[in-house]
Design a protein around this ligand. Structure first.
Ligand SMILES: CC(C)(COP(=O)(O)OP(=O)(O)OC[C@H]1O[C@@H](n2cnc3c(N)ncnc32)[C@H](O)[C@@H]1OP(=O)(O)O)[C@@H](O)C(=O)NCCC(=O)NCCS
Length: 335
């Protein structure tokens, strides 16, 4: 049997904090409104000279330090991001050089806030098809760089961060249990940033360099779709939800997560999220939330974890895993 398992994790967030009280000075909003509608208290913002590749390198260094991992023999790097330093070269190529990995494949993957789970799925496929042995999967974004800080309905939501995991071949166990992927391009106009084109599905988009969204539509779509798709994964794997130790949905907004859990009849106490201190960090929310669970001693080897990403596309990706990390040798760097 050839299985794949996540052997190590590392995370990083920029130093600069942007609190709800800071936002009160920037747009017409209040700490109470933001907490009540989103659950977010603060987020981290990258410096003007700090980019997604810098966050990725710092997250990988945290992983290497904690698990005594070498990266020279990594044979594929997959970076899920919507905010690469450049359209090209890829972030993956930039960090290949900075991490001194001589011989590896390197690609960026675009699936917005579902990117990390899509990248995990890809890594599992590369490994179980015997094409690769050791893959760095990173979810990282600097959404602050494409945020309009005059738009109060979006700027309160987003922050910057990165999470890296190592996925390795494992002859003994099958860490990846089941998945679900989906895309509904008909909802593309609900979250976007214009690029070479400003038209989608015959609809003229607002031509701006910033992230634009119809928050209410995204909210409705996520609450309607995620529970149904989670049930599909459980049906396919013939596992009941009470066997899932931790649910890690994309940390877009606590007010989205709550009704999803309510519909699934899944306890909030077993749900991990990273939005309270970091906001919506797009491709980084899920590895950040998982790592918070590990740092707090909640997530343990043998636990079944259901990750569920969703976002611009509109895309969604779920992955059910059995956690079996290597031993952590050193304490993580403080976030
Ligand atoms: C953005 C979001 C928090 C807005 O919450 P909401 O309850 O849907 O609020 P609405 O957009 O209906 O706006 C309600 C009112 O609050 C106002 N408002 C919006 N942002 C505000 C803010 N930061 N502070 C105070 N008031 C605000 C609106 O202007 C509106 O006022 P009006 O009724 O006078 O027109 C919510 O829709 C959301 O989180 N959506 C999901 C977005 C998301 O996760 N996107 C990323 C997907 S990966």
């Amino acid at each position: 049997m050839i299985g794949a398992r996540i052997t190590a994790i590392g995370t990083y967030v920029p130093e600069k904090r942007l609190t709800n009280f800071d936002l009160e000075q920037m747009v017409e909003t209040t700490n109470d409104w933001i907490i009540q509608r989103t659950g977010i208290r603060e987020r981290r913002i990258s410096r003007p000279d700090e980019f997604t590749s810098d966050l990725c390198v710092a997250a990988v260094k945290d992983l290497m330090h904690r698990y005594n991992k070498k990266v020279e023999d990594v044979d594929m790097i997959i970076v899920a991001t919507s905010t690469p330093d450049f359209p090209f070269p890829s972030v993956a190529s930039i960090i290949q050089e900075r991490l001194n990995i001589e011989q590896t494949g390197a690609i960026d993957l675009s699936a917005a806030c579902a990117g990390f789970v899509y990248a995990l799925h890809t890594a599992n496929a590369y490994i179980t098809s015997r094409l690769h042995k050791k893959i760095l999967v990173i979810g990282a974004d600097t959404i602050s760089k494409i945020t309009d800080y005059t738009d109060r309905s979006t700027c309160v939501l987003f922050g910057d961060g990165a999470g890296a995991v190592m996925v390795e071949r494992d002859e003994q166990s099958k860490g990846f249990i089941g998945f679900h992927l989906g895309s509904e391009g008909s909802g593309a106009q609900y979250v976007y940033q214009t690029g070479l084109s400003n038209r989608v599905n015959e609809i003229e988009l607002i031509d701006t360099n910033c992230l634009v969204q119809n928050g209410r539509e995204v909210f409705r779509w996520a609450v309607r779709n995620v529970p149904t798709s989670v049930r599909q994964i459980l049906n396919k794997t013939q596992l009941s939800l009470d066997k899932v130790d931790w649910f890690v949905p994309h940390s877009a907004n606590l007010r989205i997560i709550e009704p999803i859990c309510e519909k699934l009849e899944y306890p909030m106490e077993k749900t991990l999220f990273s939005l309270v201190d970091f906001g919506n960090t797009s491709a980084a929310t899920i590895p950040l939330a998982l790592d918070l669970g590990i740092r707090e001693g909640k997530v343990k080897n043998g636990d079944k974890v259901l990750m569920y990403g969703f976002g611009a596309g509109l895309v969604q990706a779920g992955q059910l895993l059995e956690i079996n990390f290597d031993d952590q040798i050193n304490a993580p760097t403080a976030l």
